[in-house]
Design a protein around this ligand. Structure first.
Ligand code: ZN
Length: 263
């Protein structure tokens, strides 16, 4: 957390009638004691996490999208914090506006929760796979000298995936595909559970793909992720017209990832 964020926390505590001590941008004993008096504060959190939780709490009170209130500083919290600062400076908050999203769902992709919806449509994890022969060659994102001409995906998404990638090839062409790293493949089928949870990652059914993870890290928002750049508008249009969902475009994190399930 930055000094600026801590100063913001101290000023907000003061406005609430709690005494944070000096407004100095340091998370000292007095500020921590004041934080502990905030209704709902998880007292078992370590101090930085308490601070982040408090910022998320302010955002929620002001109806700013901040993602999960978990005390961790990710791109959504970053965005929420910038909006809070704008409000405290008397400016309009910058609202997170997803791009002009195409909400269509021509292939009737299921919603991702509850998991029973996924198993109803796609069956058990790791099953019902088909071999997709790619319209243009990919390479492994973590070993770009390895060419990939085909991979496994769920049989129900196979045709749609093939249509999307054919349109990508026809629109961008070979050179542009390489320039934009639309061939940097980060994987599809991978049976695994989500970090820190018991539910399965959507990759477990072969219905999610990752592209160019090196320039679209999990926690990066639109300020850093290459896939947020307008050069990729057509790329996303081709996916969205087939009903695929980008976590980057809808939630502003995990820009590498696209899935055949709605949120
Ligand atoms: Zn993914």
């Amino acid at each position: 957390m930055t000094k600026k964020a801590i100063k913001y926390i101290q000023e907000e505590l003061k406005k609430m009638g709690l005494d944070p001590g000096k407004i100095d941008g340091i998370l000292g004993d007095k500020t921590l004691a004041a934080l502990d008096k905030v209704p709902g504060m998880p007292l078992n959190f370590p101090k930085t996490r308490k601070g982040v939780w408090f910022i998320q709490d302010r955002a929620i009170k002001k109806e700013i999208e901040t993602g999960k209130q978990d005390g961790y500083w990710g791109p959504q919290t970053e965005f929420a914090f910038e909006s809070l600062v704008r409000i405290s400076e008397g400016l309009e908050p910058e609202i997170w506006r997803p791009e002009d999203l195409d909400e269509s769902n021509p292939n009737d992709w299921p919603v991702q929760k509850p998991e029973t919806e996924l198993t109803r449509v796609y069956g058990d994890v790791g099953k019902n796979q088909a071999r997709l022969h790619l319209p243009y060659p990919h390479c492994l994102a973590w070993d770009t000298s390895t060419v990939v001409n085909s991979f496994s995906c769920h049989e129900k998404v196979h045709d749609s995936l093939s249509r999307v990638l054919t349109r990508v090839r026809d629109h961008y062409g070979e050179d542009r595909i390489k320039e934009l790293r639309l061939d940097f493949w980060g994987g599809c089928l991978n049976v695994r559970q989500k970090r820190g949870g018991s539910s399965y990652s959507l990759h477990s059914w072969g219905i999610a793909l990752d592209y160019d993870p090196g320039r679209n890290r999990l926690k990066w928002g639109r300020d850093k992720a290459s896939f947020a750049h307008p050069d990729y508008d057509a790329w996303w249009r081709f996916w969205e017209e087939e009903g695929w969902l980008s976590l980057g475009r809808t939630r502003n994190f995990d820009w590498m990832h696209v899935q055949a399930a709605k949120i």
